[in-house]
Write a protein that binds this ligand. Sequence first.
Ligand code: MG
Ligand code: MG
Length: 255
Amino acid sequence: MIVRKSMAELEKMRAAGLLVWKILEEMRGMIQEGVSTHDLEVKAEKMMQEAGAKSAFKGYSTPTAGKFPSVLCASVNDEIVHGIPSKNRVLKNGDIISIDTAVQLSGYYADSAITVAVGEISAEAKKLMAVTLESLELAIDKARPGNRLFDICGTVERHVQSNGFSIVREFVGHGIGTQMHEEPQVPNYVDRRGENPRLKEGMVLAIEPMVNAGKPGSRVKADKWTAVTEDGKYSAHFEHTVAITADGPWVLTRP
Ligand code: MG
Ligand code: MG
């Protein structure tokens, strides 16, 4: 069942969303050569504590991987998602880093991710980041009452594939609200085996294209969390939490 939220609930999700935005903008400002992903983690955790928010990631647990140890997913270069911040992971010129974070504030979640360049990056990496972000923006525009889920999924798929990149299939977007992961799943491709519900006012979706420069295949590293591309090529990731309203899409994770 897809839970629809009242305007009062959306306002609470908005407060969580603006905190996530503020943290990600702080991360964007900090990202440069010589900074470790642990440095980013420390700052993000402090900001959550100061705001009275709870991390949605730290302590999040799955039967196969156990508890995630951090408030950020920091995924560098060939890492697609779920990279664990570490003092040993020091950013260098030419890297790209995806920072994904989510908080719970007053009982409601918001989830967002950005990919940021470290210094001077290759032309291909620039295009990968641009196409991934464009695919998110195009998909957000489809988040309107009367459209269907596949309008969002297909928009990402077409934009990415027409630009020669590939879509990660093992990880998908999701509904969000009083739980970080609610129905429906939001794949970045049209999954004909899945449901194609009509989008209605009050639904909230975390739309999050994960795009590989090379082949779509991924594998999970020995830490049981970090997903990397099989071919070692770069991957980019952008995400927003988007409410479907009568006036169109309301991106809760940016001002
Ligand atoms: Mg996320
Ligand atoms: Mg998400």
